[in-house]
Design a protein. Structure first.
Lengths: 404, 404
């Protein structure tokens, strides 16, 4: 083990330079313009895998961007860990807000700046370099490892599921490890054990067959914008609870142990508020900020539109109004069940003067790990040793498409 | 008088052709592309005035589009009537919804189709041709007449006020006559004696310094779209009354006589509903549709926007949300007083988690004529004779900038 740490320490600067090379590839998965770069990045990751000494590594084509798979199975009888990560990155606009160019990584105040450095090339790189340090320092790994590094995480992992189904045997593992969330604070080793799920809708309302003049018709018709605001206002009650009947039936309640663990995390609500730039924080009554972010379902209108939205004034009662609604789910809620409840409720509360319809846009399952699994104990031990600091369990309010 | 009617009847077809010539000029006042057409139209109207025998007619330049003024003051000791109208027209988009081109007037089923035929070239033309029939048929007018035909009614009569102030003496009249509203029904001679005023606002809300992810931040911040829908919902109560404190203080109540007169008008709510294409009509409780349209103030959100409004789903809690609000006023409400009440109320009901501001965009005074004035009696007599039908008094829910 000493040899492993020594190899990592001796090669620290080289590892950093190699990470920069990985970040320099503009592997923006949402951009057709960067398709070749995404492809190039997949092959670059494969070469890293072979270079560090994995037994095999391969680029798998999909209907979208390629998946890189590599493995090192030299520890019979030992557990197998599948490490998931992604090599694609988000778009970089607006460019003028970057202090240094996104694909020319630079280190300032001990942090590396560059697109993908924390999402998710940095994490992928750390895992690979840890394996390299083992293989070069000692020559073998204490467990079996599989790497699945995809190129479509930022665009919804559209082609991943087919790959998972087609390659179940190859991918079989005792534990799946994902490093694609944040640490609670710098220096605080954090294990994320829960993600929220998602149900996303669009509400469409129609009041009349065409736009009407607000002078000539104001007073005789229900304005669909007003109908929409009435619907939105009935989606949550005055305590911030989602008002859809039956919505909380499958929600796993927070137990005292959970709440104490969350309360003990180093998290300052006032610092958080300042970072967001909000005048005041707001959430479901009776729950702390972290409880609301991680363990409670939430509902947000992500977009609303109707009528005249340009400069100046136009006196119109629009024929239509629309809203997009994101509902974050927690265990054991199911997006399909929630979608049915949502549709029923919206049609029930819609004023009779308007026609209403609901489109189901997107869904994803929540996830909550059973932290009594021995893999968690091993992770805590390893992180504690590495960081020389207590390990915390955290959750994440968003979703990762791979996790189901 | 017989000679007047005979002249009009004999020249009916020629008058129609002349109206078509007037409508053929695309005098769209909002379009810089059509500036020359607007100018040409002003001179065309002046030539009509001189052609029918007015003593004088002139095109007056303004900072915007020109005003045409003409007069015939050959009846000393008799009252003077100022006839107001406008020769500019609205834009014509979308063109594919026109059955025949907007500037190639065509007659179908006894109606003339062409931009401006009922707003307001047709009405202006009728007045001028009536004068022509008097002057050609008899040689003199029984009263003094002044014509003020402007070219900016469709863009808010921006330069009219300066002209009115600068030419008070020239424009002085006992009665002002405007033909720029509709008849209640075909064949029902209608005198419009009231217009609603207007106060128009934009509400701007900010919740955080930048857009946030609905997964990572949902549950900890007040979404400004939700804050906005809460504000909108408190602008009216469950009876459809405007909930701004003090808002109704200056409203002239409907008296039993008014209500009876409105109730006796030939107006079918079901036909009206079908024309609009609404599932159900809606208005302030305790008032008929016409009462709500003409005699009661109303409030409509004319536009609302915030967050992601494109195709598909984006999981965002937007930093901002906005709405445009049109309030229609009735006598004796004042737009400035209402603006102050509106601003106070919105800032009072805005949730503490968001920053709110109100922009004043536009205002206009309501108008209600005193129908005991002898001009109304004369108008009723004339219309009754011309149409051989009872005359009705109506109001209009919109505004005409000239009327103050």
């Amino acid at each position: 083990m000493e040899a492993v740490v020594r190899y990592a320490a001796e090669n620290h600067d080289r590892f950093l330079e190699e990470l920069k090379d990985l970040i320099r590839i503009p592997s923006i998965s949402s951009s057709t313009e960067h398709k070749d770069d995404v492809d190039r990045c997949a092959h670059f990751v494969k070469e890293i895998m072979l270079g560090i000494g994995l037994e095999s590594a391969e680029v798998w084509q999909t209907d979208g961007h390629p998946i890189v798979y590599g493995e090192c199975l030299g520890a019979p009888e030992k557990p197998t860990v599948l490490i998931y990560g992604h090599y694609d990155v988000q778009p970089v606009d607006p460019l003028d807000l970057w202090e240094t160019p996104p694909f020319e990584p630079s280190i300032r105040n001990g942090r590396m700046y560059g697109r993908g450095s924390v999402d998710d090339k940095g994490q992928v790189h750390i895992h690979l370099k840890a394996v390299q340090s083992w293989l070069k320092g000692i020559g073998t790994l204490p467990i079996n490892l599989k790497f699945l590094i995809e190129g479509e995480e930022e665009v919804g992992s559209k082609n991943l599921n087919v790959f998972l189904i087609d390659n179940q045997k190859m991918l079989a593992a005792d534990v799946v490890l994902i490093s694609d969330t944040s640490m609670l604070q710098k220096g605080v080793p954090s294990i994320c054990c829960g993600l929220r799920g998602l149900a996303y809708f669009q509400i469409d309302l129609r009041g009349s067959k065409q736009d009407l003049h607000s002078g000539s018709f104001g007073g005789a018709v229900k304005n669909p914008i007003h109908a929409l605001t009435e619907i939105v206002n009935q989606l949550k009650d005055e305590k911030g609870r989602i008002a859809i009947p039956g919505f909380y039936d499958d929600v796993v309640d927070l137990v005292p142990g959970d709440r104490e663990a969350l309360a003990q995390l180093p998290f300052d609500e006032e610092d958080y508020r300042k970072e967001i730039g909000a005048a005041k924080l707001y959430g479901e009554e009776g729950f702390s900020v972290l409880e609301n972010l991680w363990c409670r379902p939430t509902l947000d209108v992500c977009g609303i539109w109707g009528g005249f939205t340009g400069e100046g004034s136009k006196t119109v009662i629009p024929a239509e109004a629309h809203a997009k609604v994101s509902i974050r789910l927690v265990s054991h809620q199911d997006p399909e069940t929630v979608a049915a409840l949502f549709e029923d409720y919206v049609s029930k509360i819609a004023p009779p003067e308007v026609e209403v319809s609901v489109q189901r846009m997107h869904g994803g399952l929540p996830f909550l790990a059973d932290t009594s699994h021995p893999a968690f104990e091993a992770s805590v031990r390893a992180l504690k040793k590495g960081f020389d600091s207590d390990v915390v369990f955290i959750r994440e309010g968003g979703s990762i498409p791979f996790v189901q």
